[in-house]
Unconditional design. Sequence first.
Length: 138
Amino acid sequence: MTITPDQRTTLIQAAQAIRQRAYAPYSHYAVGAALLASDGQIYTGVNVENASYGLTNCAERTAVFKMVTAGVRQILAVAVATDNGGSPCGACRQVLVEFAADVPVYLVNNAGHSRDTSLYALLPDHFGPEHLHSAPED
Ligand code: THU
């Protein structure tokens, strides 16, 4: 599906706005994520850190879990807002690909500039649900 310029702008603004709610007292690296989903809704998330550092949940996975909890399982586009335009971690790429094809990913910095890429560009040769349902290769 093609994302319109207005949808792209709205998604980026949602990621930037929700970033204010990040709970990042240890890293001080606030992340906001926004997903445009197949129901037409935007699902947002922030990173939620913990005094036991390894329990931290990234913003992208927070947003995916909210979308799935709402009963929706298809992502059409992703925006991630950080201070420096940082890219999703490997774990989040894998969780995103469970519910998305090669969708646009907008990586936004604090100046509002987006580097536009795509999920398969970020996670080439990925392992996805299709590998568990297809016949073995010869
Ligand atoms: N973080 C995210 O929220 N998303 C990513 O994809 C990269 C890392 C968070 C986790 C942690 O709270 C902080 O950024 C620094 O790693």
